[in-house]
Design a protein around this ligand. Structure first.
Ligand code: NAD
Length: 428
């Protein structure tokens, strides 16, 4: 596969105009296949159908965004009598390895910039969600020369072998921290470039002037969308002690009334957890929190029906060192913790080895922004969370990632600088 990707690269890298045209055609094909892709995605991933359609739309939008972006050659102006110009060159075959929570969207976040930059891609989806990705590949195949985008599916050690393949020049990985470490170690002998987008444990800090009723819906969905299986979901809420019970009640009320069911049912707002291992992790974390003295104000248990359904859960009285607070549980469970002083809240929000995102919620936007400035993470939001622009850089700090994805940074992450120096005058 990697050999074929290398052969295809020799042609694909040569013509940026043909590449842009092919990516635009691929985007149209993806959009046109929405009625096939979205239900398949829901059936294998679990999310409500409307969210699958949104994921397909985002995939097409990302292809269009990167089809329209190209690197800028730049002259180095340093006063020397030489004309020095930075040009940009693709890297070669890229290995893209992605998880199961947003199979299409995350795959496109890898292949769209890599292909636009002139690389070819071997993409490996999660064994939990191979089907929609395979269909995506066949939908795009009419627009792309053979070998430009290859999809390989299967269990481990497939990902490990791909990441360590000597023909791969860039490994771009999204997934958990432990697997990210293994991927980096696997790529090290071949010295391939590595981009890692890893886990998160994002905090939301509510300020004392927050309008609880006004923000409750937004905050709830920032934590529970896709059943909480979002790297940059709100995974911990810090509320001022005097507002704590109101915040807990407002979130619990939504957790108790949200419609949980099959993603294919039109009324469903939350689907199941994606797989048995993930469900077991959510159950383990919650059971430990309850044993540590936490109170489930909503949920706290599996739903009594076939499938990996877990009741949307809001926890109060959680000890701050309980794993549901300190670890990424990646499910429909949200601990709400009280704080005394703002310094205490900021310190707790930052007391994590993760650093993906964070948010601050309040009425005085300047004050909220001043608090957001103190968050140690890659993206901070005010009065919302987890909304990204295709044009922005996306980069976690600490154990949440290495390298930058998104926007022009995503494109340059798939390129290497190539500098040409020439005398300004003939014979110079
Ligand atoms: P995971 O790390 O278990 O798996 C991710 C991918 O790596 C899968 O395709 C898997 O098959 C593959 N893989 C497993 N072992 C491998 C190995 N040794 N070498 C190479 N590849 C290997 O993660 P997951 O459970 O599928 O996804 C959930 C995690 O992904 C969470 O931690 C979540 O926060 C993270 N995530 C991060 C982002 C981000 O942008 N930062 C986005 C989505 C998900």
């Amino acid at each position: 596969m990697v050999g074929r990707a290398h052969e295809a690269w020799l042609g694909w890298r040569a013509d940026p105009v043909a590449r842009a045209t092919a990516l635009l055609t691929a985007a149209d094909a993806v959009e046109a296949a929405g009625a096939d892709l979205a239900p398949l995605l829901t059936r294998e991933q679990g999310k409500p159908l409307s969210e699958s359609y949104a994921e397909v739309a985002r995939t097409a939008a990302r292809l269009r965004y990167f089809a329209g972006s190209s690197p800028e050659s730049r002259t180095i102006a340093d006063g020397r009598p030489v004309h020095s110009e930075i040009r940009w060159r693709p890297l070669g075959p890229v290995a893209a390895i992605v998880p199961w929570n947003f199979p299409l969207q995350l795959a496109s976040a890898k292949f769209a910039p890599a292909l636009a930059a002139g690389n070819t891609v071997v993409l490996k989806p999660s064994p939990f969600t191979p089907l929609a990705t395979r269909l995506l590949g066949s939908v795009m195949s009419a627009a792309l020369p053979e070998g430009v985008l290859t999809i390989v599916t299967g269990r481990e050690p497939l990902g490990a072998r791909l990441a360590s393949h000597p023909g791969i020049r860039h490994v771009t990985f999204t997934g958990s921290v432990p697997t990210g470490r293994a991927v980096a170690a696997g790529a090290a002998p071949g010295l391939a470039r590595v981009t890692l987008e890893l886990g998160g444990n994002d905090a939301a800090i509510l300020l004392d002037d927050v309008d609880v009723e006004r923000i409750a819906d937004r905050l709830f969905w920032a934590a529970f969308r896709n059943c909480g299986q979002v790297c940059m979901a709100v995974k911990r809420v810090y509320a001022p002690a005097r507002l704590h019970s109101r915040v807990v009640e407002a979130l619990a009320e939504r957790a108790k009334t949200v419609v949980v069911g099959s993603g294919l049912d039109p009324g469903t707002e939350l689907g199941p957890v994606n797989n048995a291992a993930q469900l077991a992790r959510v159950e383990r974390c919650t059971a430990r929190a309850l044993a540590d003295g936490a109170r489930a104000v909503a949920g706290g248990h599996r739903l009594d029906r076939p499938g990996y359904f877990y009741a949307p859960t809001v926890l109060a009285d959680v000890p701050p060192d309980s794993p549901v607070v300190t670890e990424e549980q990646f499910g429909p469970v949200l601990p709400v913790l009280p704080y005394g002083s703002l310094d205490e809240a900021v310190e707790a929000a930052n007391a994590t080895r993760y650093g993906l995102g964070g948010s601050v919620w309040g009425t005085d936007l300047d004050r909220a922004e001043a608090v957001a400035e103190r968050l140690e993470c890659g993206t901070a939001w005010i009065n919302h969370h987890a909304e990204l622009s295709l044009a922005q850089p996306f980069a976690g700090i600490k154990e949440s990632g290495v390298g930058v994805a998104g926007g022009p940074w995503g494109l340059y992450g798939n390129l290497r600088p190539f500098v040409v120096h020439r005398p300004r005058e003939a014979g110079g």
